[in-house]
Design a protein around this ligand. Structure first.
Ligand SMILES: [Ca+2]
Length: 266
């Protein structure tokens, strides 16, 4: 009895060390998985007043309007304010790294996601506001119109009705190594089909996308984000979490038990 009680603190210490090690490993895995994601993500919040997107790494301002970037776009109040509705010729948008370049970093073998939150203030035609990406195999494109969003698919444009004049989030998604295209408005799946094949481009862009006269828009962009990396399996994280919680419970029971016995002896 005495020997068992002498061993108990040693056991508890060992258990404590194992518990701490286990938790450190779990934390490490979570940090590793999130940083692996972050490596491939570009996220634009437009939260720094006056910092136009062309100041961001490898973002190119493509502009054939004859006007300056600061005449067409402004950043304030957490928004990128696109004001191209009154521009009756040319277009101007933000591209990474260059829309005519095949050497981008988007990988068809990784999960793809591109999401923007925005409200349209004024729009005519199609594509005066847009966002799109190419991964070397497919193109993923959302073109805004007065009545919704025109999605590019393998069978041509498909109109998804939406009230573009209110703030909504819009997301394009395609699982790794697939030609599938999913489109969400405010997290609700609105379209599932096949993406448009486009093998010669790699990169992404957003802004005023159409040069033709009569296609223009004023838009407030709240954010724009793009990821292209495997998302950690929820089941793996859940398993790790369950393991951590049960170990904690196990340790807590032994801690109470040990304390109780110690109290009795004292
Ligand atoms: Ca914002």
């Amino acid at each position: 009895m005495l020997e068992v009680n002498m061993l108990a603190p040693v056991f508890r210490r060992l258990l404590g060390i194992h518990l701490v090690l286990y938790l450190l490993i779990v934390l490490g895995l979570i940090v590793l998985s999130s940083s692996a994601d972050a490596e491939f993500v570009r996220s634009f919040q437009f939260d720094v007043v006056g910092r136009l997107p062309s100041a961001e790494h490898k973002i190119v301002f493509a502009n054939n309007t004859g006007l300056r970037e600061e005449d067409l776009y402004a950043v304030s109040g957490g928004l990128l304010r696109q004001r191209t509705f009154r521009i009756d010729q040319g277009n101007s948008s933000y591209l990474y790294p260059n829309i005519n370049d095949v050497d981008g970093q988007l990988d068809h073998a990784q999960d793809f996601m591109m999401e923007a939150r925005l409200q349209v203030l004024a729009i005519q035609g199609r594509g005066g506001a847009y966002f799109q990406a190419f991964d070397g195999v497919n193109g993923y494109r959302a073109l805004f119109t007065p009545i919704g969003v025109a999605l590019s698919t393998n069978i041509g444009d498909i109109n998804i009705p939406a009230d573009v004049f209110q703030f909504h989030s819009y997301r394009l998604e395609s699982p790794a190594n697939s030609n599938a295209l999913r489109f969400y408005v405010d997290e609700v799946l609105r379209f599932e089909g096949t993406a448009e094949p486009t093998t010669t481009l790699n990169g992404f862009g957003w802004g005023d996308g159409i040069t033709a006269r009569g296609n223009s828009a004023d838009v407030d962009w709240d954010y724009l984000r793009i990821s292209n990396a495997p998302v950690p399996e929820p089941s793996t994280l859940t398993l790790l979490g369950v393991g951590a919680v049960s170990l904690l419970g196990y340790g807590w029971r032994h801690f109470r038990k040990g304390k109780g016995v110690g109290g009795f002896l004292e």
